[in-house]
Design a protein around this ligand. Structure first.
Ligand code: GAF
Length: 383
């Protein structure tokens, strides 16, 4: 839907003219499950986005309409509580956060649409939260900084979606830059933009179209296991505040004898933080072959050590690994479904895509969706 169609659709439903905000989904090239451990990540905003159109109302009601679900949800600003409609919670969570922090909102109409595939690990939820926060910030002159938008959206996800996520998805959506990935230090939030010069290669995503039930509970469980690892090291070395601060030697000494499972999970995180820093050097040097190898290593760590993969993701990575022109492949995002990200020579994209569609269909009886993605700008007002 283009901007004109969006305006027309909005005025059909709400009989007014909206402000329109676009907020992109993201890929993550490397640095998985490191953000909530104060580590490094290397995401990029992509050319798939959520659009939020918003206009003020004269009362204190909030009218939300989701195009994908063809559903309307009406609430009052005085009574913002979780809804049974999953999509609405991402909007309500942002309203709740802003009000809790003392920001004064008025009633509004909100329409949402977009082309970020839902539940595919491309951060459609973060994109929606950030779009809503940006639109409310502008409409009600809240004077929030970009970082405030990120933190408000992240907190909304914790409290209204129940996922104790790190900062990567919201940060990438707000701070993305066309033509660039970013190396983000999730502790200091310092970030460096790295030109995405792919030298005749493309990033292609293969969407498993599955989201196993475990995904949210296991995500929170992994986070707790990392926190437990930190506690065990901290008891011996009070300087340690997160896994970022510790070493494999300390894990070996203080965690392994107490809890083998926790030790393995923490080991993956420490290795992945190092891999991400190395990968950013390789990208800067234009050594895409080395970057691709690190992506394969990340997949192996996520699958065998951190244990957040699933048969569908493992199958996709395994099958592409021997195809001509494939430099790297791995599962992306929280895990248990969603997409793999593949770095592949451009002239092989068509051949690999049709091969994988047919292999995936015969293995699982599920159709594979595929997207060739480009990097894009972060959250912005488009009308
Ligand atoms: C999800 C979370 F929202 C991110 O914060 C991050 O932890 C990611 O999983 C795993 O790297 O997308």
């Amino acid at each position: 839907m283009n901007i004109n169609e969006l305006k027309l659709r909005f005025s059909d439903i709400f009989e007014s003219q909206p402000l329109i905000v676009k907020s992109p989904g993201r890929i993550n090239i490397i640095g998985e499950h490191t953000d909530y451990n104060d580590g490094f990540v290397m995401p990029a905003a992509i050319n798939k986005a959520i659009y939020v159109a918003l206009s003020k109302r004269a009362d204190t009601e909030v009218h939300l309409y989701a195009e994908n679900y063809k559903q309307l949800h009406i609430v009052s600003l005085e009574n913002i509580v979780k809804s049974e409609k999953g999509w609405a919670n991402y909007v309500l969570g942002v309203i709740d956060q802003l009000q809790k922090n003392g920001y004064i909102l008025g009633g509004f109409n909100l329409y949402l649409t977009g082309d970020v595939p839902l539940g595919a690990g491309l951060s459609s939820s973060a994109a929606l939260e950030c779009a809503v926060a940006h639109a409310l910030n502008h409409t009600f002159s809240l004077n929030l900084s970009k970082m405030d938008l990120v933190l408000t959206s992240q907190k909304a996800e914790h409290e209204f979606a129940g996922v104790n996520c790190g900062i990567m998805d919201q940060f990438a959506s707000v701070f993305g830059r066309e033509g660039h990935a970013m190396l983000l230090d999730c502790r200091s939030v310092e970030h460096e933009y790295i030109p995405l010069d792919l030298k005749g290669h493309k990033f292609i995503l293969f969407n498993t179209n599955v989201k196993h039930k475990l995904s949210e509970s296991a995500y929170n469980q992994r986070r707790s296991q990392c926190e437990l690892g930190v506690e065990l090291v901290k008891a011996n070395n009070p300087e340690v505040k997160s896994l970022r601060d510790t070493s494999l030697a300390e894990l070996e000494e203080f965690v392994k004898p107490v809890d083998r499972q926790v030790y393995e999970k923490c080991r993956y995180v420490i290795e992945e933080i190092d891999r991400t820093k190395l990968a950013s050097d390789k990208l800067k040097q234009g050594d895409l072959a080395a970057l691709g190898k690190l992506m394969f290593q990340t997949h192996s760590g996520l699958s065998k050590i951190y244990e957040v993969s699933c048969p569908e993701l493992d199958f996709l990575v395994d099958q592409v690994s021997s195809h001509e022109g494939v430099l790297g492949s791995r599962m992306m995002g929280g895990g248990f479904g969603g997409c793999t990200i593949n770095l592949i020579r451009a002239d092989q994209v068509d051949e690999l895509t049709s091969k994988m569609i047919s292999l995936y269909q015969s293995e699982f009886g599920i159709s594979l969706d595929t997207y060739v993605v480009e990097s894009d700008e972060g959250t912005s007002i488009v009308y």
